[in-house]
Design a protein around this ligand. Sequence first.
Ligand SMILES: [Fe+2]
Length: 193
Amino acid sequence: MVKPLIEPFSLVLGGSSGIKPYKVRLERRLSDLRGFFHNRRLVEEKLSRGENPKVYEVYEVPQEPVSGHLSLASTVIFPGKVGDEYYFTKGHFHEKEDASEVYIGLEGEGIILMQNREGEVRHLRIGPNVVLYVPPGFAHRTVNVGSSRLVFLAIYPSDAGHDYGSIAETGFAKLVLEREGRPVIVDNPSYSE
Ligand SMILES: [Fe+2]
């Protein structure tokens, strides 16, 4: 018989943090995403002018990183762009190759880019009332393509681990850019396998 490590609990969806209560709050500003946006020169110009906007926040209820537990986190991506590229999360593979993830859209309009180790990309819309499944083996990045906050809840194995390095090195094979007021998905010219 496994001794329970924690007591059951519940959370409330909504509000500025997406879930309440949460345990850990992280924020990512433009300076944390250096090298992730395709127009690196524009990022450096903004930073040198003292512009360092908040791109997204994460509100976590993490569990011990042991098999069987699930961690919960809501992410709030602010509306905005660097040039023609919409704000997004860094994106990561799970270190544990068989770890999947579920997203539940709460507010706003977004696109989830998913990419496997072969560089094949899938994309799906996320927004209120959308439940989205990221299978094992796909890196995932969320892009806010709307004019207001994009908020979603993520549920994932607490021992999944986050590999941000692979994406930092290669980028995603596709970019989500604004063209005539609408999001389009185009090949990333600087993607390297
Ligand atoms: Fe994940």
